[in-house]
Design a protein around this ligand. Structure first.
Ligand code: NAP
Length: 454
């Protein structure tokens, strides 16, 4: 255990970083600077959890309280690896905890993936959550051309994007989505959303509560083909071992038996369907889908039976992916920073003073709460190493502040973020909502410096 107060840098102000800060500062012993490349904290709680999932987003209230600890500072709008190097952080802190998540999309690796109109779910989610770096033009152009959308993947992110595409604006306008997002969704001409699972319903990774919501939308009928629900022996065995899958299959069976209510939109949940090509001349016109089955080893294989689903929008929702950070090792096969018990591994050897937690440690799985335990475990390793950590050359907070100021980095500190927070509530009040997200980085920076938005 530490016999002196440690100064720890945390890279990434998402749930894992904030939970790590909480674990380090709860008893007031240590101090923490939480860096984030965005001007706002909360990571995927702000920029990933669907805005209409208010109860999940409410975890923000718990995370926010961690910033009340007198020894926790927020240094937003600072990109580690660009504005300050990992080596420089070592000069200023006893230890660094990397919690920068998994910000990018995984690729499908099929022809046509880059056609106009084929977008990553990570980008669509970033757009509707008001992420400052969301590719707004690309998303809005894709949405403006779509009557039918194919969402590839059957995880909870796929269900989130399907729900947002199929909801009416009255079902969304209590959320903190930016106004341009609500306006674009109000103009939507999408009538059909196809959710494609490359394996059977038993193997889908969505959870039942999320799935069930798709059957409760005001203007959308769920459609399930009865033959997609027929189970082979391997699927029956998998079902017997998975209670979530049993509930999911019950929901899908109920939809399949349901007479369509004639609503203007339809959500088609399709299984045993893998995309093999996205087709179109200048932009997406359809997705070529091959029927699949399980082989004797339980792996998915194509049957050669092909159909083309006409669609002008493809949303690839096949998982998030971590990316390397300059100055840190990276496992390019698993898209994580290699680690053992939360300690970073350099060339296979444990390094004390560098730790990881959250998605960049484990990969993009689990619910928000999973990161609390995960961060606490990494912090326990850090504290176990504390006695042996070399003292940094410049541990005073003023030293790192001076370095960033010298480089002209417009750091958003806690009062700066709190000003943005208040401005978002004021903007929301103009629309009769609790909050409307500010999505533009320059505007956020101006507000953080006390300049009201134009
Ligand atoms: P996920 O659950 O891993 O789902 C990825 C989906 O993509 C799976 O259906 C997978 O199918 C499919 N897939 C992968 N490669 C494919 C390919 N080449 N072709 C076709 N399909 C492919 O990931 P996620 O939906 O991105 O969610 C990430 C994490 O966040 C999960 O832990 C999720 O539960 C969590 N989350 C939770 C909530 C919530 O609680 N409400 C909301 C959003 C996200 P296979 O299984 O066949 O590989």
């Amino acid at each position: 255990m530490a016999d002196r107060a440690l100064r720890v840098a945390i890279v990434g102000a998402g749930p894992s970083g904030i939970y790590a800060a909480d674990a380090l500062t709860a008893d007031g012993a240590h101090s923490v600077d939480i860096f984030d490349r965005l001007p706002a904290p909360f990571g995927l709680v702000r920029y990933g959890v669907a805005p209409d999932h208010l109860s999940i987003r409410s975890v923000r209230g718990t995370l926010e309280k961690v910033f009340d600890h007198p020894t926790v500072r927020f240094l937003g709008n600072v990109e580690v690896g660009r504005d300050v190097t990992v080596a420089e952080l070592h000069d200023h802190y006893d230890a660094i905890v990397f919690t920068y998540g998994a910000a990018r999309d995984r690729r499908l690796g099929i022809p046509g993936e880059d056609l106009v109109g084929s977008i990553a779910a990570t980008d669509l989610v970033a757009w509707y959550c008001g992420h400052p770096e969301a590719p707004r033009e690309l998303i809005e152009d894709a949405l403006a051309h779509a009557n039918a959308a194919v969402v590839v993947g059957v995880g909870n992110v796929a269900v989130d994007v399907t729900r947002v595409l199929a909801k009416t604006v009255p079902e969304l306008d209590h959320t903190d989505m930016p106004q341009h997002v609500l306006d674009q969704l109000a103009r939507s001409t999408i009538t059909d959303v196809y959710l494609l699972g490359r394996r059977g319903p038993v193997h889908a990774t969505f959870t039942t509560k999320e799935l069930r919501e798709l059957g409760e939308l005001v203007e959308a009928d769920p459609v399930v083909l009865e033959h997609d629900l027929q189970l082979d022996d391997a699927s029956r065995a998998a079902l017997a071992a998975n209670r979530v899958a049993v509930r999911n299959v019950d929901v899908l069976a109920e939809w399949s038996a349901r007479a369509p209510a004639g609503r203007p939109r339809r959500i088609h949940a399709r299984f045993w369907s893998r995309p093999v090509e996205i087709v179109g001349v200048d932009r997406v016109e359809g997705v070529v889908v091959e029927r699949t089955e399980l082989d004797e080893n339980g792996a998915v294989r194509g049957t050669g039976v092909i159909e083309t689903v006409p669609a002008q929008l493809v949303v690839r929702s096949v998982g998030y992916r971590g990316i390397p950070l300059a100055g840190l090792p990276f496992d390019a096969d698993r898209n994580v920073v290699p680690s053992e018990d939360g300690r970073v591994l350099r060339d296979g050897a444990v390094v004390t003073g560098e730790y990881v937690a959250g998605w960049i440690k484990r990969g993009p799985t689990g619910i928000i709460g999973t990161n609390k335990k995960d961060a606490a475990a990494s912090v326990a390793s850090l504290l176990a190493d504390a006695a042996g950590l070399p003292r940094p050359a410049s541990p005073e907070p003023a030293a790192i502040d001076a370095l960033l100021a010298e480089r002209g980095v417009a750091v958003v500190d806690l009062p700066g973020w709190q000003a943005i927070d208040v401005a978002e509530q004021e903007l929301g009040a103009l629309y009769g909502r609790p909050r409307t997200t500010h999505h533009d980085r320059d505007t956020m920076l101006k507000i953080s410096r006390g300049t009201p938005p134009a």
